[in-house]
Design a protein around this ligand. Sequence first.
Ligand code: SF4
Length: 354
Amino acid sequence: MNVEGHIKEIKKAAAGIDRPLRLMEVCGTHTVSIFRAGIRQILPSNVALVSGPGCPVCVTDDAYIDKAIAYALEPNTIIATFGDMLKVPGSCSSLSLAQAEGADIRIVYSPLDAVDIARDNPERRVIFLAVGFETTAPTAAAAILTARSMGLKNFFALSAHKLVPPIMRALLDSDDIKVDGFLLPGHVAVVIGAEAFGFLPRDYRISGVVAGFEPEEILRALARLLRSIEELRAEVFNEYESVVREEGNRAAQSILDQVYEICDADWRGIGRIARSGLRMREEFAEFDVERVAPIEVEPSKKNAACRCGEVLRGAIEPRECPLFARVCEPLHPIGPCMVSVEGVCAAWYRYNRG
Ligand code: SF4
């Protein structure tokens, strides 16, 4: 079926549902694709898309950034990080400002680049900022295994990996968030498999569709999701079969399991969620900078005006934040949602400011 066919299907299914619907796209890459293709504008009036907590930079807690900055300012230290992290505001500074103060912070495109930096600088401590969801965690785990096989003693990770299913459960369990269906994150599903979202129909009687990232793939997934809601079925459907298997990527899962164990995690603006993160297992403690060289930072001071937590939970739209596009802009972000290209506020700023 072509794009017109999917749009027709969406309209037909929505016409059969006599109530307003809120569908959440969990993943930041979906948010950007949806805006870029103008998909929100062609949806029937009773279908609203809300963005969820699927931007890894956005959900990284202030306290983590504060800690990363404190490590960066220590002597003989190199911080290796993805570029998006540089501008993320901590309590009162950012890695970018720390860099201006002289901290040695290097942008990497893969965690293995950080291992190379450690190999090339044996006299210095290299700390990789290991953030992201199930998508990036296996490569961070692979970097730790590589560092161990190379016998590196100067490679460490500051770990804050997060898991998608627990935050979705937390949203569904909260009283103030209403979601009628999910566009499920294709990249995460590649690793954990479509079946990892089986809790949606099983525990919440709600549907989700694993979707690719091209506009046609998103429309196809939305049509499937709306049909499922119209027919009062609760199911998980994989509309990204070319890359997502029911069971996911067993090799990636095995690497993850070898290096990490599940732990409670702090989500920016949302708080602590039980069993929603990953920490290195005891066998890999020598690579965990927080265990090898713990550092104290002041308790993080939250910026009360920033409403990123509500944006990430789909409770408000970015334009409901009083700072949006007035004080908070991509060049001068107040909250993390305005930093990353996958950030909800940044996407609204770029594509839907008016
Ligand atoms: S507009 Fe800025 S301050 Fe407001 S929620 Fe978004 S990132 Fe936070």
